[in-house]
Design a binder for this molecule. Structure first.
Ligand code: CTP
Ligand code: CA
Length: 224
């Protein structure tokens, strides 16, 4: 089924995409964050909409125009993102975790700004582990639901990717190499999409939209 050359293979499907990067508050003015821009997640949302899906976009600290037609749910921290993603995924056909979720958060939130003083050494910031949303999604998955993770690696990309796919238990893992000038905030991306069935698809450097369409190709092939 094609309309104007665009496949409508996600018509009647509900997909959830998380995008951006979480911020873990230290005090009212400071946080621990990461370099995710949200561009890849937003490209996934736009391409899914173009292919006919109903899209819930869980956006963490993203400064990008909202894709028309998506339901946008804002999340700040990893705990907020987890609540939003698990809630939206209850009736979803596919979930793509493109967001960079902080692994740790400060153990205690100070509700007044931490002040510097002349003589004191700064107090260390103790961190505690955040829940792994992807692992929770896999544990809660409904029959037939396709779950996709993303992994940004800096070295030994494929080995780390295979290990991560096995550890997370998701269907697909989109692995890309990151570095100072690679991927973060850039319009283009290159990746390998690893599948739990042992196959993989190489996606050559191209736009984040192109990569998003290959991800949806892989997802639709696995939907019942
Ligand atoms: N993820 C998640 N919840 C977390 C951390 C990560 O859902 N608390 C998801 C990310 O959205 C991504 C996938 O898991 O889709 C892989 O994230 P990544 O940070 O690469 O994996 P980690 O298991 O945190 O491993 P690492 O030690 O390499 O950071
Ligand atoms: Ca991590």
């Amino acid at each position: 089924l094609a309309r104007g050359g665009i496949p409508t293979d996600l018509a009647g499907r509900h997909v959830v995409v998380s995008a951006g990067g979480t911020r873990e508050a230290i005090d009212p003015v400071r946080f621990i964050g990461n370099r995710s821009s949200g561009l890849q997640g937003y490209a996934l949302a736009r391409t899914a909409l173009a292919r006919g899906a109903r899209v819930t976009l869980v956006a963490a600290n993203v400064a990008l125009p909202d894709p028309a037609g998506a339901e946008i749910v804002r999340a700040g921290s990893a705990l907020e993102l987890r609540d939003a993603v698990l809630k939206a995924s209850a009736d979803a056909d596919a979930v793509v975790m493109a967001a960079a979720v902080a692994d740790f958060r400060p153990a205690g939130y100070r509700d007044v700004k931490i002040k510097k003083t002349d003589d004191d050494e700064p107090a260390p910031i103790t961190l505690v582990k955040n829940p792994d949303v992807l692992i929770e999604l896999v544990a809660a998955r409904r029959p037939g639901q396709v779950i996709v993770g993303f992994a940004a690696e800096t070295n030994d990309v494929l080995r780390h990717g295979r290990e991560k796919l096995a550890r997370k238990g998701c269907d697909l893992l989109v692995v890309n190499e990151v570095g100072e000038r690679l991927t973060f905030g850039a319009p283009d991306n290159a990746a390998v999409i690893l599948s739990a069935d042992g196959t993989s698809v190489d996606v050559p450097r191209g736009s984040k939209e192109d990569l998003a369409d290959v991800v949806w190709d892989q997802v639709t092939g696995r939907l019942q």
